[in-house]
Design a protein around this ligand. Structure first.
Ligand code: GRF
Length: 216
């Protein structure tokens, strides 16, 4: 996807805290990955991650979905803004908005999401409570290519953590976050190395790796 010697350009979309985005920015810096977060965009002015990104000198934008009459006009403007940064990949890192098929199709093969469950289990919200209620002993996260179907798309990597008998949704979410960062960072490293391929069959291939599973 990226030309040799050209840094892999990443635009990151967030809605809140932005800890996944922060760990990606720090990993790129510490591991000197051939990638750059060229912009962080939030759909909420109060998204904490925006301030952090600004402090790092990263371009930021807030596009409040509340200001738009409907989902498609918000998505059309968001797509315009994202395109201005000419990203190789757009990362959804805690971006809590359902994107329209029109948006998703503009970025086919370049739009990547992290979801806090072992997909195809528990698409949507409240994944931690659902894992507890189902008495699962393992919970996980999935980094996947985005398709027009919510939380459903070719899986790039997954990570798992144990569920403890006294967990509530918060303690489980907290434990999972560490592995979320690890899995997303690993995927970014693969992207920077141009090793992630979305095949015509709809399956994912990552060159030169034997596993795409991570355990806390
Ligand atoms: C993460 O758990 C992510 O999987 C989910 O929202 C949370 C965002 O956390 N989609 P953060 O904003 O990256 O800290």
């Amino acid at each position: 996807m990226t030309e040799p010697n050209k840094k892999c350009r990443l635009v990151v979309l967030i809605s809140g805290r932005g800890s996944n985005m922060q760990s990606i920015v720090e990993t790129i810096k510490n591991k000197q990955l051939h990638a750059e977060v060229v912009a962080v965009i939030a759909n909420k002015a109060e998204a904490k991650g925006i301030q952090w990104a600004q402090e790092q000198g990263i371009a930021t934008q807030v596009l409040e979905h509340k200001q738009f009459a409907d989902r498609s006009s918000f998505d059309a403007r968001l797509a315009q803004i994202v395109q201005q940064y000419q990203p190789d990949y757009v990362l959804l890192a805690g971006f809590m908005r359902i994107l329209t098929p029109e948006f998703v199709q503009q970025f086919t093969g370049r739009l990547i999401n992290i979801h806090p469950s072992l997909l195809p289990l528990f698409p949507g919200l409240n994944t931690h409570q659902q894992a507890i209620d189902a008495e699962l002993q393992w919970h996980g996260c999935t980094v996947h290519f985005v398709t027009p179907v919510l939380d459903h798309g070719p899986i790039i990597a997954q990570g798992i953590v144990p569920v403890h008998h006294d967990d509530d949704a918060d303690t489980l979410a907290h434990r999972l976050l560490t592995i979320e960062h690890r899995v997303f960072n690993q995927v970014v490293e693969w992207l920077a190395q141009d090793r992630v391929q979305l095949l015509e069959t709809g399956r994912v291939q990552v060159l030169d790796t034997s596993h795409r599973a991570f355990v806390a």
